[in-house]
Design a protein around this ligand. Structure first.
Ligand code: AMP
Ligand code: GLY
Length: 428
């Protein structure tokens, strides 16, 4: 089979690494890919959001299955476009991807079907939004309705901060069209966790749990990023809570989407806030998380390909999904300055030595090769150094052992990935 993976981050490298182990796959293409992906796949320089060029490529190369990594092409309808041309593609349709593409749609759905989440209101008018903020008080959360690459969320500690967030999004249009509508939400307190499932629109198969680290600095300080590291499992999700999340959130959401005529096929990812054992939905994503995909796919056993195919054909009930008992930890290494401005083109040293460590994978995100053939930085998040270990502490130790072998001028990474899990484990 010929496979095309769309995207070029750590998530896509992990997907390609996993798919490359399938004996049913003869060739993998990736658009646009990165330096690490280029070792396993043929990279083609098509941006992930150029739907027409991706379609033309898939038709020309007679791609048997396309796997979509990021949200943007999904929300823009790549699955519908490919399906119209009888090309097999993994991911939700445009109508189904709206669960990530419009926060208002998502929150209305949750409310209508009684799925636990915080209170909210949507506005397309500045004055009404500000009146609502003054009426409800702070802390309060202001979000652009549409896709804003994870940046359109402001957790405001004061009403003044919330008011200024409304101006930033609606008047200054800091997130473009994504901010034509805003949503104002109740602030939810607690510990976050990521819960991902495979679904064919009917059957729901959970993955193991995970937790991201969104802020740039240790101790969850500083601005939010795409994610600075992740571990799996997340001990905050006990067995009882796991069942509750499936029964009260994941299965009802998949059923609700079908009832709304938006049958959801693909990976559905819930960002949850957990307080005193009660889970509530912060948001849904229409895809694998990044960096969560990296530890999750290292723990996934067996062939990923038939699972993806079963989601498309509606045969997920027959799919086999099993997981390595060993925890995995991913530490993201980023460019100095990220999530603000940063320089590119720094030569990365130590990749070979780190890659030789057992049960360690150095997944590439923002990397490319320079004219001398050296691997250089090419983005904010550069690498996702991911390790399996017998225990969470061992997985943490092994991933940092690999991280310490790698460097470039200005590199930054968090030193405390996984510490939250350790704190919880000490409680038991
Ligand atoms: P989102 O992109 O909606 O997940 O928001 C990004 C981050 O903002 C989340 O991972 C949370 O840390 C925080 N956040 C979003 N919504 C809320 C909320 N209602 N209450 C508290 N924190 C939130
Ligand atoms: N890890 C956050 C995301 O993928 O949206």
């Amino acid at each position: 089979m010929k496979i095309l993976v769309i995207g070029g981050g750590g998530r896509e490298h992990a997907l390609i690494w996993k798919l490359s182990q399938s004996n049913k796959i003869s060739q993998i293409y990736c658009a646009p890919g990165n330096a690490g992906i280029a070792e396993l796949a043929t990279c083609v320089p098509i941006p992930a959001n150029d739907l027409d060029a991706l379609l033309a490529f898939a038709l020309k190369e007679e791609i048997d299955l396309t796997v979509v990594g990021p949200e943007e092409p999904l929300v823009n309808g790549i699955v519908d476009l490919f399906s119209e041309h009888e090309l097999k593609i993994f991911g939700p349709s445009k109508l189904a991807a709206e669960i990530e593409g419009s926060k208002t749609f998502c929150k209305n759905l949750l409310k209508k079907y009684g799925i636990p989440s915080g209170d909210f209101a949507s506005f397309d008018n500045i004055d009404d939004a500000i009146e609502y903020i003054y009426h409800h008080g702070a802390p309060i959360v202001v979000k652009a309705d549409g896709l804003a690459a994870g940046k359109g969320v402001i957790v405001a500690q004061t009403v003044e901060e919330a008011e200024s967030a409304v101006y930033t999004i609606m008047r200054k249009k800091a997130f473009g069209a994504a901010g034509e509508k805003i949503i104002i939400e109740e602030f939810l307190d607690g510990e976050e966790a990521s819960f991902l499932v495979f679904t064919d629109g009917d059957i729901v198969i959970p993955m193991v749990t995970s937790q991201d680290h969104k802020p740039i600095f240790d101790g969850d300080q500083g601005p939010n990023t795409g994610g600075m590291g992740a571990y799996s499992p997340a001990p905050v999700i006990t067995d009882g809570l796991f069942r509750r999340i499936m029964n009260d959130i994941m299965i009802p959401t998949v059923k609700a989407m079908a009832a709304e005529g938006r049958k959801y096929k693909g990976v559905l990812y819930a960002g949850l806030m957990i307080k005193e054992g009660i889970p509530r939905v912060l948001e849904f994503n229409a895809r694998f998380g990044d960096p969560e995909a990296q530890p999750l796919l290292m723990r996934l056993q067996g062939d990923l390909l038939p699972v993806l195919e079963a989601c498309i054909t509606g045969h997920l009930a027959k799919a086999m999904v099993s997981w390595d008992e060993r925890p995995a930890v991913c530490v993201v290494m980023a460019s100095g300055g990220y999530p603000g401005a940063y320089e590119k083109g720094k030569v990365i040293s130590g990749l070979e030595a780190a890659g030789k460590l057992e049960d360690v994978m150095v997944f590439h995100a923002g990397t490319t090769t320079n004219e001398k053939g050296e691997v250089v930085t090419n983005g904010g998040r550069v690498l996702g150094v991911t390790a399996l270990g017998a225990t969470i502490p061992e997985a943490i130790e092994r991933s940092y052992e690999a991280v310490k072998l790698i460097s470039w001028p200005g590199v930054q990474y968090r030193r405390d990935i996984g510490q939250k899990a350790l704190k919880r484990l000490q409680h038991f």
